[in-house]
Design a protein around this ligand. Structure first.
Ligand code: EPZ
Length: 426
């Protein structure tokens, strides 16, 4: 079992480069299956969720060649199977993107119900609604989702009941080669939605309106190869922004799109951080106390749920009381018990959708366990802020989404190391 040992209390100072976005990469790699030619994908983060997607594609028969770090060539034209094995697809949530990608190519897909972070119920009814609209039938059997259509998928006008990132992307993948013009309404607008649309368009697809509430897709018969670079990771950047503020540090975070970071930057400013934006970088400096503020998560352009745990660490050390309301997931406060071990004063409401955070002067070091990806990142920030030695176990959750987090933090002054221990010891 791997764990991090962190000796906290040092301000982070220096420059941190940001990788390509996890949630764009895990969609764009399966989306290569829609292409009729090989593709080169650049700025791919080196994280375990991406490795799991690559393993699945290799297993299915794709030819994958690493050209340089973060850059790979994928020939998915050699794939002949429209089935993803259960033990592989259950490793991560994003395996559901194989449904849309395989449907676009074979009009048939067979994928196990996805795993991923346990954030409460994670239904896929909206994904299935879009596939039905496109002329498919589906059944869920022994934990497997099977979707099929006789002949080519047919365009439709689909109105989503819930704003869903996954359903929006899956519908785009399934519709990109469907016959006619598909209209998707009440769609998600996150930066990775726009990135997937840009990727499909770079292959000659015709996807318009991504980033707004309505996406129109004119189905294409043939998609050519492309050389595409993945958008920078909004959440990795936001996590380092929060770490800079929590440690009263000064970080220049590079290879970002500052526009994607506005909701995070404006909250940090309210909390007392000094933010400077550059063309493709953002600087976060925090000298004084942390001021309390309220946070409510919402679909983009609202405050991202994937940054809620990291911001809670800052509020736990603020001079006053803050309220955090989680608007997306039922179970995104699993870090609260861990922060309480560090002396944080956080009360959850009975429904578990809101937290009242009464700031304390400082957090104390503790032995912690990462319950999921972003909660794990929050605990890293908490441990970096607390003077003394903390340990964090179950770091595989964190490494699903953060490339070389230990190396990046060490390079800006953190005292953090990764070590292997016997299970049971922490
Ligand atoms: C994506 O999950 C991200 N994962 C999540 O990031 C992120 O928290 C989430 O979007 C919201 O931004 C990936 O991109 C791989 P949703 P996804 O469908 O697509 C409900 C991280 O930490 N819903 O937008 O699964 C659902 O229950 C991860 O990087 C339905 O009701 O999220 C939730 O309440 C964790 N029916 C809401 O919509 C559906 O068919 C939003 O979910 C689909 C979703």
């Amino acid at each position: 079992m791997e764990r991090y040992v962190i000796s906290g209390g040092r301000p982070l100072k220096g420059t941190v480069p940001i990788c390509g976005a996890k949630n764009a990469a895990v969609a764009i790699l399966p989306a290569v299956i829609c292409s009729d030619e090989p593709c080169v994908i650049d700025n791919i983060p080196n994280i375990s969720d991406v490795e799991a997607i690559i393993d699945i594609m290799r297993w299915m028969g794709a030819r994958i060649e690493r050209l340089s770090p973060g850059r790979i060539r994928i020939d998915a034209t050699t794939i002949t199977s429209c089935e993803v094995p259960a033990e592989m697809s259950r490793k991560m949530r994003a395996s559901y993107y194989f449904l849309g990608a395989l449907l676009s190519r074979f009009s048939r897909a067979h994928v196990s119900l996805p795993g991923g972070c346990d954030l409460g119920p994670r239904p896929i009814d909206q994904h299935l609604k879009s596939f039905s609209g496109l002329g498919c039938q589906w059944k869920v059997e022994h934990g497997n989702v099977v979707v099929w259509c006789d002949g080519r998928l047919r365009a439709d006008h689909i109105f989503f009941d819930t704003v869903s990132v996954g359903a929006t992307i899956n519908a785009m993948l399934a519709a990109v080669k469907a016959e006619g013009t598909t209209i998707l309404e009440n769609v998600a607008k996150e930066p990775h939605i726009v990135d997937v649309a840009n990727f499909l368009n770079s292959m000659g697809g015709d996807v318009r309106g991504a980033g707004t509430d309505v996406i129109k897709i004119h189905g294409s018969q043939y998609l050519r190869g492309t050389d595409y670079s993945i958008v920078p990771d909004q959440i990795e950047a936001g996590t380092f922004m929060a770490a800079a503020a929590a440690t009263r540090g000064d970080l220049l975070i590079t290879n970002v799109i500052p526009k994607h970071l506005e909701s995070i930057a404006s909250k940090l400013e309210l909390m007392g951080s000094e933010i400077t934006e550059y063309d493709d970088a953002i600087r976060v400096r925090h000298l004084g106390p942390i001021r309390p503020t309220n946070i409510k998560t919402a679909p983009h352009p609202g405050f991202p749920t994937d940054m809620q745990p990291q911001m809670a660490v800052l509020l736990a050390m603020a001079e006053g009381t803050s309220i955090i309301t989680e608007g997306i997931w039922e179970s995104r406060f699993k870090y609260v018990d861990e922060l309480r071990r560090m002396g944080a004063q956080i009360q959850l409401d009975t429904g578990g959708r809101a937290a009242v955070v009464q700031g304390v002067k400082e957090l104390a070091p503790a032995a912690l366990r990462a319950p999921d990806l972003r909660a794990g990142a929050a605990l890293v920030i908490a441990a970096l802020s607390a003077k003394g030695e903390s340990t964090i176990s179950d770091v595989s959750h964190i490494e699903r989404g953060y490339e070389n987090i230990v190396g990046k933090l060490s390079a800006v002054g953190a005292d953090i190391r990764r070590e292997t221990v016997d299970s049971g010891e922490n």
